[in-house]
Ligand binder design. Structure first.
Ligand SMILES: C[S@@+](CC[C@H](N)C(=O)[O-])C[C@H]1O[C@@H](n2cnc3c(N)ncnc32)[C@H](O)[C@@H]1O
Length: 205
């Protein structure tokens, strides 16, 4: 499984969202929507082998985690407004420690960013932190196949416009996360997802 997790430092944690003001009062929800687009949408298809998480730390109810499962998504279209409406619906529900489905393939839970990463580590996922100053992707010699020919389970960690912060960087270091740099210039998180997908797609050809 290929999974991405975004720390959305300012994104809304209730359904009280103005869809016309995603970058402002909704706390950069535009960025979350673009990451959903980049995670899943192909031309006339969806990436069914991908899962995307965003963990929101904005007002009024932080944290709230969202999980999108490619294999289960239905009726979602690639435009930001459509994605934002599904997110609004999910955030309108009360969240608890366990994942609860809002609409097909979209779940919410009251989970911290770190909780999800630890869960993945315990499930033997390989954890990568996408970072400007990481080891260049080309030097990684990525071989994401297990010996039995199945894909290795991988989680890619991303920050938003603010980043993930020093404490969470330290947490990732202690967890043994590997830092990958995708470019010598700083990119938007959604563009990093596209580049990462592209690199993995090429490994399969
Ligand atoms: C707009 S950048 C964040 C900028 C923020 N000021 C910071 O200090 O982290 C959004 C995220 O994209 C990822 N990113 C940006 N440029 C990257 C690069 N060249 N290689 C790998 N990941 C990158 C990182 O995960 C980063 O947190």
């Amino acid at each position: 499984m290929k999974e991405f997790i975004l720390k959305a430092n300012k994104s809304a944690t209730s359904g009280d969202i103005n869809i016309k003001d995603l970058p402002g009062s909704a706390g950069r929800l535009d960025l979350v929507c673009r990451c959903v687009n980049s995670s899943f949408f192909l031309s006339h298809d969806l990436r069914r082998d991908t899962v995307f998480y965003s963990v929101h730390y904005g007002e009024p109810n932080a944290p709230v985690a969202l999980k999108f499962i490619g294999d289960e998504l239905k009726r979602l279209s690639p435009d930001e407004r459509s994605i934002a409406l599904f997110i609004k619906k999910a955030l309108e529900k009360d969240s608890s420690k366990l994942w609860k489905e809002s609409t097909s393939g979209i779940y919410t839970a009251k989970k911290e960013f770190r909780d999800i990463i630890v869960e993945k580590k315990n499930e033997n996922y390989r954890i990568f932190y996408l970072h400007l100053n990481g080891k260049p992707l080309e030097e990684y010699n990525l071989k994401l196949d297990k010996d039995n020919g199945n894909d290795e389970d991988v989680l890619f960690v991303l920050g938003d416009h603010i980043g993930i912060g020093e404490e969470d960087e330290k947490f990732l270091d202690e967890l043994g996360a590997e830092r990958i740099s995708l470019s010598p210039v700083e990119l938007h998180a959604d563009h990093c997802i596209i580049l990462m997908h592209n690199a993995l797609d090429k490994l399969k050809k």
